[in-house]
Design a protein around this ligand. Structure first.
Ligand SMILES: NC(=O)c1ccc[n+]([C@@H]2O[C@H](COP(=O)([O-])OP(=O)(O)OC[C@H]3O[C@@H](n4cnc5c(N)ncnc54)[C@H](OP(=O)(O)O)[C@@H]3O)[C@@H](O)[C@H]2O)c1
Length: 273
């Protein structure tokens, strides 16, 4: 039995579907089982209960444990859980101590590593889903307002992250690995806006804001801590005009090339049209 925390999340939902389709037993955790819309045949439980009986491996979404793991790792050992796969971040590979996103994930990796459980830490870079925050602007005006139009990243399709996480749970060869997960190409924010436009047959352009305007907009989101907003703005400033790294690990591990941003935009076109 695989226990999936954050099962309704960007990655969790695809991970649950992938494991269930492959015939694995899955227990999916959500704070609100009544409205979770998880696939039939999947056992759904409340996050607060964290039921670990019969579980061999746990998928940890750090968003669920933002303030700490509590007794999670002790309880895993008590219940005979063998393995923890945590959705980490490419930023954890960044030795820059000022990067609060990297530090947050690295501390959690170290805690799991010290627990004596088997571990695997897939480290994705920017999720393609981040641009879902543009959907309203694209639907209404076709203009995306944001900072650093020429900042480059290699956005990854969440299904590729889920595919690697599924293999890390079900196969033994990723134990002790920190795969670096990116999409297959370096794209600017302006490129991503244009590609979404191509997917929906509409002229979409990116209009650059000052970093101060962007910061104020980001902090309108009550779930965006100021330290994370500042880290993101610093990362994007440093990414202007710099080709983003593309790593081979998605293809090495899954045996398929990483999905392109154009494929992601086509898969999600209805959300922007
Ligand atoms: N976005 C990026 O570019 C990026 C890049 C690298 C790494 N990451 C990391 O990936 C992780 C996020 O993954 P994701 O996008 O798949 O997750 P997500 O979609 O943000 O959310 C995961 C799920 O966790 C549950 N959840 C959220 N807050 C919670 C809380 N306070 N307590 C308990 N449950 C909570 C929610 O499920 P319910 O409402 O059903 O309970 C939610 O659906 C983060 O650690 C992030 O730093 C993100």
């Amino acid at each position: 039995m695989f226990l999936i925390t954050g099962a309704t999340g960007n990655v969790g939902r695809h991970l649950v579907a992938e494991l269930a389709t492959a015939g694995h037993k899955v227990r999916a955790l959500t704070r609100d089982p009544a409205s979770a819309r998880l696939p039939a045949g999947v056992e759904v439980a409340a996050t607060a209960d964290l039921p670990l009986d019969g579980v061999s491996a746990v998928f940890v979404n750090p968003a669920v444990f933002y303030t700490g793991f509590g007794d999670l790792l002790d309880r895993c050992r008590e219940h005979g859980v063998r393995r923890v796969v945590m959705l980490s971040s490419l930023a954890a590979a960044d030795p820059d101590e000022g990067n609060s996103i990297g530090r947050h994930h690295l501390v959690k990796e170290q805690e799991i590593e010290a627990s004596g459980l088997e571990w695997s830490f897939p480290r994705p870079g920017a999720f393609a889903t981040n641009v879902l925050s543009w959907a309203g602007q694209i639907r209404e005006t076709g203009v995306v307002r944001g900072p650093y139009a020429q900042a480059e990243m290699s956005p990854i399709h969440e299904r590729d992250i889920a595919a690697v996480c599924a293999l890390a749970l079900t196969r033994d060869d990723l134990v002790g690995e920190r795969p670096l997960l990116t999409g297959p190409e370096s794209l600017t924010f302006a490129d991503q806006a244009r590609i979404i436009g191509e997917a929906i047959g509409k002229d979409v352009r990116y209009e650059e804001q000052t970093p101060e305007e962007a910061r104020a907009d980001m902090l309108q989101n009550p779930h965006m801590p100021p330290a994370i907003a500042d880290t993101l703005l610093d990362l994007w400033a440093g990414a202007v005009g710099r080709t983003a790294p593309v790593f081979p690990d998605v293809e090495r591990i899954t045996g398929r090339p990483a999905r392109t941003f154009a494929e992601w935009a086509a898969d999600n076109a209805d959300l922007f049209a």
